[in-house]
Design a protein around this ligand. Sequence first.
Ligand code: NAP
Length: 248
Amino acid sequence: MSQPQKVALVTGGATGIGLAISQQLLNDGYIVVVNYQASQAAADAFVEGAKAKQQLALAIQANIGVSSDVIRVMDTIVSTFGRLDVIVNNAGITEDGLMLRMNEEQFDRVIQTNLKGVWLVCKYGLKPLMQAGNGRIINIASVAGLMGNFGQSNYAAAKAGVIGLTKTLAREMASRQLTVNVVAPGFIETRMTDKLSEQVKTSALNMIPLKRFGQPEDIAHMVSFLASPKAQYITGQTFVVDGGMTMY
Ligand code: NAP
């Protein structure tokens, strides 16, 4: 008897790194649920592209920082596909500024999406993941959460928080063979980094031993591995994908 097709949810899965992850998981054989907040056209294009290749995908609009939205996402997935096997917490925002100038609203907004959003998606996704067996959670943090970064006190705090959350959840869920890991990208070329000044980009490049910026697919390949049976004995870990920028 053939195995039922596995289902993966990618938050912020319609653009940048999330889109590369969504595409990779689709190619790996998953039904992919793409969550988006504003990028409806990109999400619809992904679903249409999947359909054209006889693959199954679904787009769901939701703000991951709002619990009622997250609960609706999980209910929709379970009622549509009857299962959820993999969650990739990829959605994230930046609102940079030196701490002297950063206001409380900038801090709160980044924490709400990048940390509380991850917590909410994990919390309300746990039940279906446990039911599926061998569930996987992969959280996209950042090297900023490991090293800190100028102008990113809000973002670095949120991403460091995601790493602590991941280790805790990995311990709590281990008895159920549900693994929880982090991928921490360095500088990846997306719209998030497009908006940085040439000066910031040049100084970032100088810190990267491989002397080039990463591509969204570099992150998607690591996610693909962590979601696969090959990674079944790995949990609570942080995998840095950054061209060698951070070496300890
Ligand atoms: P991006 O293209 O701007 O992607 C961010 C995604 O998050 C968008 O698809 C966006 O969806 C979604 N999103 C934001 N707020 C949301 C919310 N409240 N609810 C649902 N979705 C929301 O940038 P990216 O570079 O691919 O970033 C992806 C992840 O990688 C982020 O977590 C980021 O922190 C992390 N990261 C990126 C880099 C890098 O160098 N690019 C480095 C380290 C870590 P909509 O467009 O629909 O609003």
